[in-house]
Design a protein around this ligand. Structure first.
Ligand SMILES: [Zn+2]
Length: 257
């Protein structure tokens, strides 16, 4: 009897040790699921911590559009997260834009701000350009919040902030608590007329950027882009890059500050 008790005790101790070892091993190996920043944002994508060595943030400018829902389907199939930088005037003009914006969040992606008008002169050249810039970003943020409940602080300056921002822009953005990010690889998809041209441009620009560990990749919501993306995803994955979801508070290496 005594022998049996000792054996049972030993077995129990061994088992609890095993459970402890397994759970600590699992907590080391399993990727961290970062909690959603809004109720509507479902964590479809696994947030990896520490960050993989080579990452890509996929970004789409100038939506919402007639192609957004098709893009979302493709991204779901390919398990690629993205940031959609939206324009206020498009939210006003595209039918069902509220549904589209909600779907972006429901599929686990992020919505960024891309001004109301996309107007070069108003945003950069007018005497009160810096104020216009911030006001337009806050206005589109308000629209997104009204339609989805989601409040974004991340901006993509139309035409890129680098080369356009003045000191007043940097100051106004900081005061408004916004962060701005350009891109370091440009697909120039808006100017290309075939998938091959887009893919070649993406490859060429990645080479010019010297294969950075953090790529911020710029696309637009176009039919040809949709057709080209599977090849782009394969190209990056073959090079060892991981497509990363963006969460509030994450910092881009190439943030404009
Ligand atoms: Zn744009």
């Amino acid at each position: 009897m005594r022998q049996l008790l000792t054996n049972n005790k030993l077995r129990a101790t061994f088992l609890s040790f095993l459970v402890m070892m397994l759970s600590s091993l699992l907590s080391v190996c399993s990727p961290i699921v970062k909690s959603a920043t809004v109720e509507d944002r479902i964590d479809h994508f696994i947030y990896q911590e520490p960050k993989p060595e080579k990452v890509v943030y996929l970004t789409f400018d100038d939506g919402p559009s007639a192609h957004t829902l098709d893009l979302l389907n493709l991204l779901e199939q390919e398990q690629v997260p993205a940031v959609f930088f939206v324009i206020g005037e498009n939210i006003n003009n595209v039918p069902n834009s509220g549904e589209i914006l909600k779907e972006i969040l429901n599929k686990g992606h992020y919505i960024g701000l891309h001004s109301m008008t996309h107007d070069l002169d108003k945003l950069y050249n007018a005497p009160d350009a810096a104020t216009n810039f911030v006001n337009e970003m806050l206005e589109v943020r308000g629209k997104v919040k009204e339609l989805t409940g989601f409040e974004s602080n991340l901006c993509r300056p139309p035409y890129g902030g680098r080369g356009h921002f003045t000191n007043s822009h940097y100051q106004a953005i900081k005061e408004a608590g916004l962060s701005c990010v350009d891109w370091n690889v440009d697909s120039l998809d808006w100017a290309k007329s075939s998938s091959e041209e887009i893919l070649n441009q993406v490859k060429k620009d990645l080479e010019i950027a010297d294969y950075p560990n953090e790529v911020v990749l710029l696309f637009h919501e176009k039919k040809l882009t949709l057709e080209t993306l599977p090849q782009v995803f394969k190209y990056y994955r073959d090079l060892g890059y991981v497509f990363m979801p963006y969460y509030d508070g994450d910092e881009f290496e190439c943030e404009l500050k």
